[in-house]
Design a protein around this ligand. Sequence first.
Ligand code: SF4
Length: 178
Amino acid sequence: MLKNLCQKMFGRSLWVFHANSGGCNGCDIEVLNVLTPYYDVERFGIKLVGSPRHADVMLCQGPAMRATARALRCAYEAMPAPKLVFAIGSCACGGGIWHDSYPVLGPVEKVIPVNFYIPGCPPRPEAIIYGVAVAVGLVDKKVAPVEFKQLELPIPLYHPSDLRGRDEMVVYEKMEKI
Ligand code: SF4
């Protein structure tokens, strides 16, 4: 349903605003790489704009920080509706390696509503283009659902008396052998 809505609302062009609320700039470099002539996303109608007031989409990098949360919220509120938010990178999606740092609030969804998540640290430019293209219905999703199964791994048990052999070498034996 969201895909159909996106196709209807954003089918012809996407104007994107790029916001970093506190990341390490790794994700920024990849996002800006996407916008260079090498990847040339303007052929899909995706264009970078300098103000959130002109944007359809916000690309967020970095975790939500105490210092930047208000500015991020203001930028989101300045965007005209309808609007989409992409969390790009592990920090924006879940807090990443900074999740328990004192100035970090967590993922950006703690401050603004997020519609799509593109994980990675940082995600490659191809992943960002693919994520945006799938989200707005330019290409079909190619990944089938995967069912995960828990593997049963045998955990060896040891007894303290097994730790030394006759030649005083340290040996380990399974408890079942006693
Ligand atoms: S996800 Fe990785 S590359 Fe991106 S801002 Fe966080 S630490 Fe940096």
